[in-house]
Each structure stands twice: as C-alpha cells, then as structure tokens.
Write a protein that binds this ligand. Structure first.
Ligand code: NAP
Length: 349
C-alpha cells in the first residue's frame, strides 16, 4: 500500500517525556499510554488513527497496547498498526513497547478463546504476522480462564518468552489471588510477571480492594485501562455538544447505564473540581489514576489527535492536594453493578 507522505519523528520527542518504573522490573513505561482497542480498526478511518499514532510518538509516548481481537473486524487494529510500524516507525522499533494479548474470542471453535497453550501460542503467531513483528514486548493472558489449569497458561507464557516471541508477560483482569498464583508459577519457570492490566477509574475502584496491594508486594507493575470510563469521565456527556461518541456504535462496549442522572451529576461535580485545578476533567481523571506510584501507567483510548493531546497533557499536573482528594472522594463512587471488568476467583464468585 502506498502512502502519500513521509513521516519524520520529532527529534524533540523525549524533551518533556517522563517515565515510571514498571514494578520492580528494569522496564520504564510512559505515565500515559495509548490502547488501540477502538478507533484503529478496519471500520475506522486509517489516516485518523495514523495521525494519532504519529502524534503520540512525537510526544514521547512510546507504548502502544493491542490485542488479537481489537478492531472491528478482529485483527484489523494489529494490521493497521503493522502498516504504520512499517511505514512510519520502522527505524524506531527499539524505542517502542508493543503489547498484545489473547484470551477473549478470536476465531471459532475451542482453540480460539481462553487460556490454553494451543490458543495462546497460535494467537501470538498470528498477531506477530499481522503486525510484521518478530516479537512483542509484552504478551498478556487477556483474562482468567476457569476451564484451563493455570499451570498450562503459565507454561505457555514461559515458553513464549523462551521462544523469543515476547520479552515479558502480563495478566489482565486477574484477581489478587490468581495474580499471586500466576506470579509463583512463572517464577518457577524463571519468568517475571511484569505487569497486570486491570480496569481502573473513578467509577471502577476494584483495584483498590486488595489488588494494588498485591501488585506492590509482588513488585508487579500496573497499567490501568479505561481511566476515562470510555468517555464518561470527560466533559463530553455533560457539555451537550458531543458530536460522535462511543455510545453511537451499533455494538457498543459502553454501557448506557453509566449515563444515569446520578452518574452525570457526579461527573458535573468532578468537572468543577477539575476546573479548579486548571485541568480538563479527562486530564484530572487520568492524573487521579496515577496518584499512587504503584500504578505505572494510565492506558487511554483516543478517537482523534485533539483527544490524545488533551489526555497526554494530564501529566502537566499529577499532584493532588489533600483537599482536592477529599473533594474527589465524594464523587468517585465505585459502581460494581455496571462495570464489565471485575476480576473474580472462580466462575461462581
Ligand atoms: N485488558 C482489557 O480487558 C481491556 C479492556 C478495555 C480496554 N483495554 C485497553 O485500554 C485501552 C483504553 O481503553 P478505553 O478506550 O476504554 O479508554 P478510555 O480512555 O477510558 O476511553 C477512551 C474514549 O474516551 C473518549 N475520550 C478520550 N479522550 C478524551 C478527551 N480528552 N476528551 C473527551 N473524550 C475523550 C473517547 O470516546 P469517544 O470515542 O466516545 O469520543 C475515547 O474513545 C484500550 O485501547 C485497550 O488497550 C483493555
């Protein structure tokens, strides 16, 4: 595929960039990273996504998070990212942390979902092909699978590291208990559990109920996904002028139950606190997820360059006064009945 213009990365890209150590590992990650779950698929405008990726890299944001089934259609976010890697970032591979995952549904039949070795190994091979890569930096088991022994998932992850197809491995949406077990199983194979990817935002505070403490104790890093609760924690739904939103998609991942009057009242109150800090609500919501140093990175999505720029500017004001935190505490209410991504220990929990 031919592209009209040639990209030259900004030579100043790291001038204002900062990094945070991922747990007790040697890896440093940017405080805000970009995920390609939505807005980068075959159904989206390629050049818009490409502009976002370029802008992110020009600002020293060097961690891009993918998964086998990001799109739609499944696989297309990795394909599009592979094109941009090839045309724009080819000479920058060693500056990038690229992650992928397998665990949710990808192809039909029993070997296209779950935590089996059969699925994880085949899926990563497919992901590498789609992105044109020899290895990913981080490969995740995307979710706990209660039908697969954890020993099998751990040994598949360790084998993937030994085969050189991933430098590090991580887990997503694992409970504290399962995280401890996976950490131990991997350690038995001399492989570090680098990172956990849980959902965390002012409306989903599961992380604070034991998981963050576990990660701190184990020295495992934490990359918190959906810090904006998919757009709820921005001014878009309270401003009355949301042009296009995630809620418009036919098969949306955004639970409209989140847009209750009670939630929107809280969002309005949080927006006022953000204004008092001289930040947008999106920026404050991201900064809030980073207030504990055990959270390495806040993992955002962005529909366009304007959203990305707004969100990346969160790092300009990461500190909170005690009064601000107390004020936020009143409105940052956990909503366990709505959120989809809450780890459990067993399917009966
Ligand atoms: N491990 C897992 O199971 C899992 C699950 C979910 C996500 N993730 C990862 O986390 C990443 C981020 O998830 P997410 O997209 O839900 O994150 P998010 O940052 O909470 O939501 C992104 C959405 O918020 C809106 N938005 C972003 N910046 C904005 C701004 N500055 N002002 C106003 N609105 C703004 C946009 O919504 P509109 O599109 O409506 O404009 C955007 O699409 C994913 O790409 C993926 O890598 C992982």
């Amino acid at each position: 595929m031919a592209f009209p213009d040639v990209y030259t990365a900004s030579p100043d890209r790291y001038a204002d960039a900062s990094f945070r150590r991922c747990g007790e590992s040697g890896v440093q990650l940017p405080p805000v990273a970009l995920g390609l779950w939505q807005n980068f698929g075959g159904a989206d405008v390629f050049e818009t996504g490409r502009a976002v990726l370029r802008r992110a890299f020009d600002r020293g944001m060097n961690h891009f998070d993918l998964a086998n089934n990001y799109g739609p259609p499944y696989g297309s976010a990795e394909e599009n990212f592979g094109k941009v890697l090839h045309t724009d970032f080819r000479t920058h591979r060693d500056e990038l942390i690229i992650s992928s995952k397998a665990g949710w549904d990808m192809w039909p039949g029993p070997y296209g979902i779950g935590g089996s070795k059969k699925y994880l190994v085949a899926s990563l091979d497919q992901s590498l092909k789609r992105m044109g890569l020899d290895y990913v930096d981080i490969f995740y088991t995307h979710r706990p699978d209660f039908d697969t022994p954890m020993e099998e998932t751990a040994s598949a992850l360790a084998g993937i590291v030994r085969a050189g197809k991933a430098l590090y491995v991580g887990v997503s949406s694992y409970s504290p208990e399962r995280t401890r077990i996976m950490h131990k199983l991997l350690a038995n194979e001399s492989v570090r559990l680098l990172i956990h990817q849980p959902s965390y935002s002012m409306v989903n505070r599961y992380l604070e109920q034991g998981l963050l403490q576990t990660l701190g104790e184990l020295g495992v890093g934490c990359i918190a996904f959906s810090p904006l609760a998919q757009g709820l924690l921005t001014n878009k739904y309270i401003s009355g002028n949301a042009v296009t939103t995630r809620t418009d998609a036919e098969d949306t991942s955004f639970s409209k139950a989140l847009l209750s009057d009670a939630n929107l009242d809280r969002v309005r109150a949080l927006n006022e606190i953000a204004k008092g800090r001289g930040q947008t609500l999106a920026q404050m919501a991201i900064a809030w997820t980073l207030r504990d140093p055990r959270v390495t990175t806040s993992l955002i999505g962005a529909r366009n360059v304007a959203q990305l720029d707004d969100s990346l500017d969160a790092v300009n004001s990461l500190n909170f006064s005690t009064d601000e935190l107390l004020a936020i505490e009143k409105y940052a209410v956990d909503t366990p009945n709505i959120d989809l991504w809450r780890p459990v220990n067993s399917r009966d929990a």
